[in-house]
Write a protein of this length. Structure first.
Length: 444
């Protein structure tokens, strides 16, 4: 059955524990599904919500890869399906734009300006997004929002879209990946007219995760023309990325310069207070009660990725419901610790190489090479040091990874880094920052 095949595909892409806990519990409803709507049943509202917020887009995308049609994903609690009701919080449904026939407008109705908590880390991005929503095409065009994973970029994009749906604007929300897949699909089927018709006839184009444009020359070319057409007609374009346009490698100069025409704003990791306010807001929206000491504990220990923080809240609530218990601080501490442990268990040396090479501006291949140039040796030592503390690799297995003769070179690298850490506070902070980046990057 198609739905089951899709769940199997998803299984390969997500951590096993999440598959076991959530996805495995889903049942595909073949009867209720159509090519443009896929219905799954979940055993309880928590699993439905979890799948809705976390996996609906991915599921929809997998369907599209398989069938060429991108369905809306509806996750319902078994036996409680009512036809054509508004989606509950956390459920995903295709939201038809007023007077619109656009099929790619998949907006999450719970990502609004009202549900976005503003703090100094995201104030600028929030204000710019709100301005653009109020006066699309008039002031900041394009608006470019960048920042790390789970900091609210996609949320703001949806908020702009939701704000305008009720004002009769044609809104298209698409991830760069979807844009690219549709482009390839239409190119292959000689239906580029339809593709252009769709993307060049909207009032607001919301493009998520534009960093994936990197080195995709054909897609860049198409986007360049789309951009010109929309911008020339005074239509609004909003983009997000994990980095500033200047830092996206393999991006054509003419596109980069256009991305910089309007306003570029960043979102910083939230300060503790903002994190606490976000947790409280999420609890309120999901009808979850957490004591202040638990909220504070989560905020202080969970890192900056709000998506992960939300995951913890939902898990806590799920366990408490299943076991019919109140959530105690001790219980919350265990769940948080387990989550952090799971995260480090999934880290590989390659992940570390990736982060370190990006931060220190050397190529991954150089780190893995035998090069003796100073900055490369330094980067390699840092990778070794971090791999020892963040992965279960032994010294001999690290030596093998780097093609070293034996583990003495590895222990030498460890010694060198420990020496610097002991006398150089700045270096120590840098290592901590890298370590944090690595442990919090696994969620994307
Ligand atoms: P990004 O696109 O930057 O990776 P998302 O926009 O997907 O991050 O946000 C991840 C989750 O965190 C979403 O559920 C979003 O609602 C939530 N979130 C992030 N920032 C905020 C905020 N300031 N207020 C409320 N929720 C937030
Ligand atoms: Mg995002």
């Amino acid at each position: 059955m198609l739905g089951n095949q899709i769940l199997q595909l998803l299984k390969q892409e997500i951590p096993q524990i999440e598959y076991e806990r959530y996805i495995k519990q889903l049942r595909y409803d073949e009867e209720a599904s159509r090519s443009d709507i896929a219905v799954f049943h979940a055993p309880n509202p928590i699993i439905a919500k979890w799948v809705g917020t976390r996996y609906a887009q991915k599921l929809s995308h997998l369907f599209e890869l398989k069938t060429g049609v991108k369905p809306s994903i509806v996750v319902e609690v078994k036996n409680r399906r009512k036809k054509a009701t508004a989606p509950k919080q956390g459920e995903f449904m295709e939201v038809p734009a007023a007077k619109s026939s656009s099929k790619s407008t998949i907006l999450n109705p719970s990502y609004t300006f009202e549900s976005f908590v503003v703090g100094s880390s995201n104030q600028f991005a929030y204000t710019a997004a709100l301005r653009v929503a109020e006066k699309p095409g008039e002031q900041y065009n394009p608006l470019f929002i960048y920042g790390g994973a789970g900091l609210g970029k996609t949320h703001l994009l949806h908020a702009i879209g939701n704000f305008n749906l009720t004002r009769g604007k044609q809104v298209i929300f698409t991830s760069l990946e979807q844009f690219m897949n549709q482009f390839t699909h239409h190119l292959r089927n000689h239906t580029m007219d339809r593709f252009r018709d769709k993307f060049r006839n909207c009032d607001i184009l919301l493009l998520d995760d534009i960093q994936f444009l990197s080195r995709k020359e054909e897609t860049q070319k198409e986007l360049f023309h789309t951009f010109n057409e929309l911008h020339g007609a005074g239509k609004q374009i909003v983009m997000t990325s994990d980095q500033h346009p200047k830092k996206i490698a393999g991006l054509e100069e003419r596109l980069r310069s256009r991305f910089e025409w309007g306003l570029i704003v960043d979102i910083q990791p939230p300060e503790l207070e903002t994190k606490i306010a976000i947790i409280k807001k999420k609890c309120e929206l999901n009808g979850i009660q957490l004591d202040n000491d638990i909220v504070n504990y989560i905020a202080a220990n969970m890192g900056n990725n709000i998506r992960e923080i939300e995951g913890i809240i939902i898990q806590l609530n799920a366990f408490a419901n299943m076991m019919n218990q109140n959530i105690t601080l001790e219980f919350a501490q265990n769940v948080v610790k387990n989550q952090l442990k799971e995260r480090t268990e999934n880290i590989t040396i390659d992940d570390i190489v990736k982060v370190v090479s990006k931060e220190l501006n050397v190529k991954p291949s150089e780190i893995k090479s035998k090069s003796r140039s100073k900055n490369i040796v330094a980067a390699r030592r840092i990778v070794i040091y971090l791999a020892r503390s963040l992965t279960p690799n032994s010294m001999p297995s690290l030596a093998q990874y780097f093609g070293m003769r034996d583990h003495t070179a590895v222990s030498h690298a460890m010694k060198k880094i420990n020496e610097i850490i002991d006398k150089d506070e700045t270096f120590k902070a840098k290592i901590e920052e890298l370590s944090h980046k690595i442990t919090s990057s696994g969620s994307e």
